[in-house]
Design a protein around this ligand. Structure first.
Ligand code: SF4
Length: 329
């Protein structure tokens, strides 16, 4: 892992089995970045605690998410894959960064206001400090780049401000400003055809579903609302099924659906059956790999432990430099 390729850091909350929105919006990119950068991928379980009512499924959800990551092509030989809480240095850096972060700045952040709206009965201290912990994650591992969608740009800008404040306050250059690696993540709409795919809305399709479950979910997808009868011409441009065809079907099939939908030669049932077939075919290697990994959970914990050791080595170096910059005795 020691070279000059630059380091990428990204973290995700342990949300259990991943859906196609997670895959197309993040995991696929994680896998691709491994070819060009030294990547550090983290299950941010401490972040999850800020809004979690019970930790009952935390361990199982972590395992499920990591299984999906690995089966999708995340390679622990190339990347560091670990669990945030296993490297407690992040909490120490979080504390130091909190000393150079004005409280008003945190409570003014749109993400804080959004979280308050979502969790009106649990506005805890952790929610306020959430962006500081996120900055600590990035800075602890001295990430050069953070893959983000355009809407997450303010988080990285906040992190860069933390670096400037810290380095100015302690007259140091220990922390480095990360760059955004802006990626145009496709916005994946759920099977309801209107809202972003997400578990809480139950409009998702899990990557690890069986072929039968997957087909069932595809058959539930909302299509062009104007197309009432089989004989009505449809409009693929407003149909989410067609969007998925563009991702999972061949060019010939996409062209065919596009043409035959508009002329009412193909019905929505057949169109969805074709999509389900292609999606299931696409997921075959993923499912096989996942089943293989799932046979030996201890191996996954070993991978995460190896990731912990490698991540902690970087973290301890950073913390040493940070303590020295602050002048702690
Ligand atoms: Fe959508 Fe396919 Fe039906 Fe056309 S035929 S409206 S693309 S599901």
């Amino acid at each position: 892992m020691i070279n000059n390729r630059g380091r990428v850091f990204s973290g995700a909350r342990p949300t259990g089995r991943q859906h196609l929105g997670n895959f197309l919006g993040a995991i696929k990119n994680y896998v691709a970045l491994q070819e060009y950068y030294d990547c550090v991928y983290c299950v941010v379980d401490i972040h999850a605690l800020t809004t979690m009512e019970t930790t009952e499924n935390l361990k199982a959800n972590t395992m499920d998410m990591v299984l999906d990551w690995l089966a999708a092509g995340m390679d622990p030989q190339k990347s560091i894959v670990f669990i945030q809480s296993h490297v407690p240095e992040v909490m120490e850096l979080h504390t130091y960064l909190s000393m150079v972060t004005p409280l008003g700045k945190l409570t003014d952040l749109p993400t804080f206001k959004e979280k308050v709206r979502e969790n009106p009965h649990n506005i805890n201290y952790g929610l306020v400090g959430y962006p500081v912990l996120m900055a600590a994650d990035i800075l602890l591992y001295k990430a050069d780049f953070v893959p983000v969608g355009v809407d997450q740009a303010p988080h990285i800008e906040f992190t860069r401000e933390c670096v400037r404040s810290f380095n100015y306050r302690y007259n140091s250059n220990v922390l480095i400003e990360p760059q955004m690696k802006v990626t145009e993540f496709p916005k994946i709409i759920g099977i309801d055809g209107t809202q972003k795919m997400g578990k809480s809305l139950d409009n998702h399709i899990e990557m690890a579903s069986t072929p039968e479950e997957t087909t069932k979910r595809v058959m539930m997808m909302v299509t062009d609302p104007q197309r009432q009868r089989r004989s009505d011409p449809g409009n693929p441009d407003v149909c989410n099924v067609f969007t998925f065809h563009k991702i999972f079907s061949s060019k010939e099939e996409v062209d065919q659906v596009n043409r035959e939908c508009r002329s009412a030669e193909i019905g929505c049932v057949d169109c969805k059956k074709l999509l389900a077939k292609n999606l299931n075919n696409y997921l075959i290697p993923f499912r096989e790999k996942r089943a293989e990994f799932a046979k030996d959970e201890q191996k996954i914990w070993d991978i995460l432990e190896d990731g912990r050791i490698r991540a902690q080595k970087i973290a301890q170096n950073t913390i040493e430099e940070v303590r020295s910059a602050i002048g702690l005795p």
